[in-house]
Design a protein around this ligand. Structure first.
Ligand SMILES: Nc1ncnc2c1ncn2[C@@H]1O[C@H](COP(=O)(O)OP(=O)(O)OP(=O)(O)O)[C@@H](O)[C@H]1O
Length: 301
């Protein structure tokens, strides 16, 4: 695969705070990389280093293209506050086109993004989903090889979120644009990314495929969720360390799922059973040393 960016052992400090420590990352052409981590983990700092906004204190970043023309090759999602809030959609697109001296056909692009009917509307009148689609469109006006997106779907409803995700997949596949996105939304990363980087206190704790992340950190563990037919039998669950969920459901984590399931069916009496593998959220929480309580709130593990 073709390497676009090589991040070699970079570190970045703010005063005496180490925001990034010895980060390595090779970005290959055509891939989608999701960068996740707790608040303050260093996601934005890493993106800012890769997009030339910050200079690393240690290490180097090599680009396949000439660094002097970096902004001809990358697209960076602007924070909403940078737009002229009361501008019309088409005007902002045109401005971006002029600034980047692009020869892109804006009408075609708006059509592709299903934003044609919004072209003469003010940005502050757009729905959240359309505003995010516009943000993506703007990153693509200079026809970049790689785009950087930050917290793309925060606050969007599930349908709008899904539309934005599908748009991104389409851009990645048809335009062969490489995508780096930071997100707190693990479903988003799980759906979109080919590789995931998990940052924890400025260090990379995982970099690789999604399936191997789950395999590596779940160590063959399975999650069994169920209700019991007769609540009086609930004392029998004590030996399994079962957690109580909402809605009268229980959860057991085990590496011996077949045996435990058989015992639950034969000895306890269970119904509405779901057996699942841990997901990215479980992995993420485990790496960061957290777990969820029965209402799904994060607590220290
Ligand atoms: N310009 C700055 N000046 C001082 N400290 C900074 C600066 N930018 C980031 N930091 C610090 O560096 C660390 C990493 O911050 P960064 O914004 O990269 O984290 P993040 O993972 O993007 O967090 P969030 O999810 O909250 O956006 C934090 O401790 C933050 O306070």
């Amino acid at each position: 695969m073709n390497e676009l960016i090589n991040v070699n052992q970079i570190s970045k400090n703010f005063n005496d705070k180490e925001a990034l420590k010895n980060i390595n990352l090779t970005v290959n052409r055509g891939e989608i990389i999701g960068i996740v981590g707790h608040n303050g983990a260093g996601k934005t700092t890493l993106v800012n280093c890769m997009t030339g906004i910050y200079e690393p204190d240690k290490g180097t970043i090599d680009y396949i293209f000439d660094y002097k023309s970096l902004y001809d090759h990358i697209g960076v999602q602007m924070q909403e506050q940078y737009y002229e809030w009361k501008s019309k959609v088409f005007e902002v697109c045109q401005l971006y086109k002029q600034i980047t001296r692009s020869d892109i056909n804006l009408e075609e692009m708006l059509e592709e993004f299903e934003l044609t009917s919004e072209a003469n509307n003010y940005i502050n009148q757009l729905s959240g989903g359309n505003r995010q689609k516009l943000a993506i469109l703007l990153t693509l006006i200079n026809q970049p090889e790689i785009i950087f997106l930050d917290e793309l779907t925060t606050g969007l409803d599930p349908v709008a979120k899904r539309k934005v995700w599908d748009l991104l997949k389409d851009i990645n596949e048809t335009k062969e644009v490489t995508i780096i996105l930071t997100s707190h939304n693990l479903d988003e990363v799980e759906y979109l990314a080919d590789r995931i980087m998990i940052l924890y206190k400025g260090e990379v704790v995982y970099l690789g495929g999604m399936t191997s992340a789950v395999e590596e950190y779940s160590e063959g563990e399975k999650i069994i969720e169920f209700q019991i037919k007769n609540e009086l039998a609930s004392f029998k669950l004590m030996k399994y360390n079962a957690e109580t969920l909402t809605d009268g459901r229980y959860q057991i984590r085990t590496k011996n799922d077949e045996q435990v399931l058989k015992e639950l069916i034969d000895d306890v009496g269970i119904k509405n059973v779901v057996v699942k593998s841990p997901g990215l959220e479980d992995v993420f929480l485990k790496i960061a040393g957290y777990r969820l309580d029965k209402e799904g709130r994060i607590i220290n593990g």
